[in-house]
Design a binder for this molecule. Structure first.
Ligand code: TRP
Length: 469
């Protein structure tokens, strides 16, 4: 993690630690070079701290809070150990991030039973298991979307993916599995942004690599079952330059957000390249329907609903802040929790750590080995102990994965109780997970081989969809 992506509170804590270290080194008469290096780090952190907060660092006074919609990632309520931003997700708790605190911190609303019941009523069908189980747990303005839907008013879906490698893992599919369900039940258009430009700006990759990954990842996305007549997938590198309407929106957004605001929201510093600083406008633009005249016929007031993981919320807090000032409706949002790493819910799956993830290309054997070897267990050390005291499903990664993928609510509840009581052993729980994942991944692979280059081409061509406005 580089200093520029740290929150003000993390910077403050690092400053305290480095200050302490310098004092210790001095008392111990340490080497001059070592003290000098620590001093250099202290200076750099001070600069970053000032960049992120606009204030000078002062020992003993932590950074001020800022809780407004467009504002900062605040740490006011003591949800201090959780880091959640577009680049980092971590917590010290084995149960994972405290999502209720995150709702308070981000100022969003909880998807409570009342909202899930309302969705069921409006749709006349059972809500997706991700809603029933709190995997999509937070929202902005979802009631407004349902009001509009009940009055037969149009809306559309927008989601995206940053294509940073060819290897996608199961966690990457969560928003797409859910978006596919939303598209089916609401029968509405969907736009999917592949931010190859973003990955070029943030990673050590060439433009060609990023664009290639965008097309490759699009195949995995298409394999989730999206309707070709209702879905437009676009690479920023391709679409930005071909759509005057899209670029006009980018520029409008750029004009209405200051450097200070993006510093506050994203933690950018003076030494970040200007591409990063203006990128949020590009992720915001698809939230406005006139960015896609071929789909919406130039209408600028079709409401947008964005399903995404909660770490993307900073982009859309900014978008919602800008929208009324440039005469557009604010996008509504549905936020998901993270898909935990095999090693535990302290962090999410990472494509750069092969053992933390189950990839969409893994063989049945690899899946079995990874689950058996690496999935963090909430079980006891010996069978006797486990039988006597039972396991803890709340920290058990295999159980967590089952909450994502096992459709049957009753079966899931029974597994939970049996695991807790000790009737179900860790090995048995893992076997249930393996039996759930293997066919799921094989079927995905099968569907992916059916995706031809022509299909990808068609999904990615700007064109009217099966809707008239
Ligand atoms: N920035 C996202 C990522 O790195 C990609 C993205 C673009 C996205 N637009 C989005 C994700 C809209 C969710 C919703 O993965």
């Amino acid at each position: 993690m580089t200093a520029s992506t740290k929150t003000p509170m993390e910077l403050y804590q690092s400053l305290n630690e480095v200050g302490e270290k310098i004092r210790t080194l001095k008392t111990a008469n340490a080497e001059k070079a070592e003290i000098e290096a620590a001093l250099q780090l202290l200076l750099k952190l001070k600069v970053d701290y000032k960049g992120a907060t606009g204030q000078d660092y002062q020992a003993g006074s932590p950074p001020a809070e800022n809780m407004d919609e467009s504002g900062n990632r605040s740490i006011a309520d003591g949800a201090d150990d959780d880091t959640v931003d577009p680049w980092n997700v971590s917590t010290t708790s084995a149960k994972g991030v405290d999502y209720d605190k995150l709702i308070v911190r981000f100022g969003s609303s909880k998807i409570d039973k009342e909202l899930v019941d309302r969705i069921e009523k409006v749709l006349g069908q059972k809500p997706h298991r991700f809603l029933r189980r709190g995997i999509f747990f937070s929202h902005r303005d979802m009631h407004q979307v349902l009001d509009a839907y009940e009055k037969q008013k149009a809306f559309y879906l927008y989601t995206g993916r940053g294509p940073s490698s060819e290897a996608m893992h199961m966690g990457h599919l969560i928003p797409f599995i859910f978006t596919k369900w939303l598209q089916d039940v609401f029968d509405i258009p969907l736009v999917i942004q592949m931010t190859d430009d973003e990955k070029y700006l943030w990673k050590d990759l060439t433009l060609e690599q990023c664009h290639h990954y965008a097309v490759e990842n699009a195949k995995d996305i298409i394999a989730c079952g999206f309707d070709i007549n209702k879905t437009f997938i676009f690479s920023d590198l391709d679409y930005m330059g071909s759509s005057p309407e899209f670029y006009r929106n980018v520029v409008k957004i750029q004009k209405h957000v200051t450097f200070n605001q993006v510093k506050g929201i994203f933690g950018f510093t003076e030494s970040d390249c200007i591409g990063k600083i203006s990128f949020p406008a590009i992720q915001a633009a698809p939230s406005f329907s006139n960015s896609f005249p071929q789909i919406f016929g130039g209408k600028q007031d079709v409401q947008c609903l964005i399903p995404c993981a909660i770490d993307q919320d900073p982009y859309f807090r900014m978008t919602r802040d800008v929208a009324p000032r440039i005469g557009y409706p604010k996008p509504a949002l549905l936020h998901s929790t993270f898909f935990p790493a095999l090693q535990g819910a302290q962090t999410k799956m990472s494509a750069s750590d092969a053992n933390s993830s189950i990839f969409l290309t893994d063989t049945p054997k690899q899946i079995k080995n990874k689950v058996n070897k690496h999935a963090f267990s909430g079980g006891k050390d010996t069978v006797e102990e486990h039988r006597q005291h039972g396991g803890d499903p709340d920290v058990d990664v295999s159980f967590m994965y089952l909450t994502f993928f096992l459709e049957d609510d009753e079966q899931l509840e029974k597994i939970k109780q049996d695991y807790r009581s000790g009737a179900l052993l860790t090995g048995e729980l893992k076997k249930i997970l393996i039996d759930t994942l293997q066919p799921m991944i094989s079927e995905h692979q099968e569907r992916r081989t059916q995706v031809t280059d022509e299909m990808v081409q068609q999904f990615m061509t700007p064109r009217p969809l099966n809707f008239r406005y």
